[in-house]
Design a protein around this ligand. Structure first.
Ligand code: GDP
Ligand code: CA
Length: 310
């Protein structure tokens, strides 16, 4: 069974780890590149790195991102040299950023670089970029526009969000790999990732939503909200600040017309009827993924719900 997952960082990687563990599933993950930014002259791709480190078994499990058993000596030196060091980058992590930047400097396609990194680090599933062009999330707070990492890491999501934009998205071309992964899938899944800053900048690339809509495969999403709360991160505050419902129904409203089925938690069973009224199925399953067993069980349920056999 060919499963294609659209994913952000931490929530996306958890779902990817579950799907990757199922026998007879060939998984392709389309990751988000709109969180990418440059630090100390190096190109950092946080969501793609989280996917790569998770699927390679290198991830720091306690924080859900970064490499386990990490040191920060390179960052200490950069700090002494007067660099801004609010973006936590570990010594091992730096190795990947150096190599990525070197290859980009040679003119290699970002997609190919991501694919080669995944292979070299021992990732089984394919990690595909939605575009090789530069797309960057910008967040408007009262003090002005911030890059996504400035908002997320430096400001710790404290400023109230007034507006979101994705610089470069109008002219970004989809990669042939992403289009093929959508068109050729037996099952399409939107991970329980941040709908506004992880899934939207993938679907917003020219041709991606059209391919998704045109695809014949069943289309599922897993809610990142459980009982009106996110497991982690600012999706709740972002959605509320932008006038959306910050719960599983708000997610359903975002994805209406795009997906056939939204998987929600049993605690949100009261939202089944209003979600169904939007023209999709709603099914309750345990969607909190605390460990690998949870991830795998949920992944198996997705295949069952979609009635595609693994
Ligand atoms: P980021 O790029 O690292 O912020 O990660 P994503 O956008 O992929 O995922 C963030 C979302 O994942 C948050 O809104 C969380 O609520 C959601 N999330 C994290 N862990 C879980 C989980 O175990 N189950 C569900 N359903 N959602 C989760
Ligand atoms: Ca992210």
């Amino acid at each position: 069974t060919r499963v294609t997952l659209l994913a952000g960082g931490v929530g996306g990687a958890k779902m990817a780890e579950g799907l990757a563990a199922l026998p007879d599933v060939t998984l392709t993950v389309i990751g988000n590149i709109a969180d990418d930014d440059e630090f100390h002259g190096l190109w950092v791709s946080p969501d793609i790195d989280t996917l790569t480190y998770s699927l390679a078994g290198l991830i720091d499990r306690s924080q859900g991102w970064g490499v386990a058993d990490e040191g920060h000596r390179a960052l200490e030196v950069l700090f002494r040299l007067g660099q801004d060091c609010w973006m936590s980058l570990g010594d091992r992590d730096f190795g990947l950023h150096i190599w990525r930047t070197m290859r980009r400097g040679r003119g290699d396609r970002p997609s190919l670089i991501a694919q080669d990194a995944a292979r070299a680090l021992g990732v089984g599933p394919r990690i595909v970029l939605p575009t090789d062009d530069r797309v960057q999330t910008r967040v408007r707070a009262d003090a002005g526009w911030l890059s996504f990492q400035e908002y997320f890491v430096r400001e710790k999501c404290a400023p109230e969000i007034r507006e979101l934009r994705f610089d470069g998205i109008d002219s970004a071309r989809p990669t042939p790999e992403a289009l093929a992964a959508i068109t050729g899938a037996d099952l399409l899944v939107l991970a329980p990732s941040n709908p506004l800053v992880s899934i939207a900048p993938i679907l917003g690339i020219n041709g991606i939503t059209e391919a998704f809509r045109a695809a014949k495969a069943p289309k599922l999403a897993v809610s990142p909200f459980i009982a009106g709360k996110v497991v982690k991160g600012p999706a709740d505050r972002m959605m509320a600040a932008l006038g959306m419902r910050a719960d599983a129904l708000g997610v359903a409203e975002r994805y209406a017309g795009l997906i056939d089925l939204l998987v929600i938690d049993a605690q949100d069973a009261d939202l089944r009827d209003p979600i169904t009224a939007l023209g999709m199925r709603a099914e309750c399953r345990p969607i909190l993924m605390r460990d690998q067993a949870d991830k795998q069980r949920l992944a198996g349920e997705l295949l069952e719900l979609a009635q595609v056999t693994a």
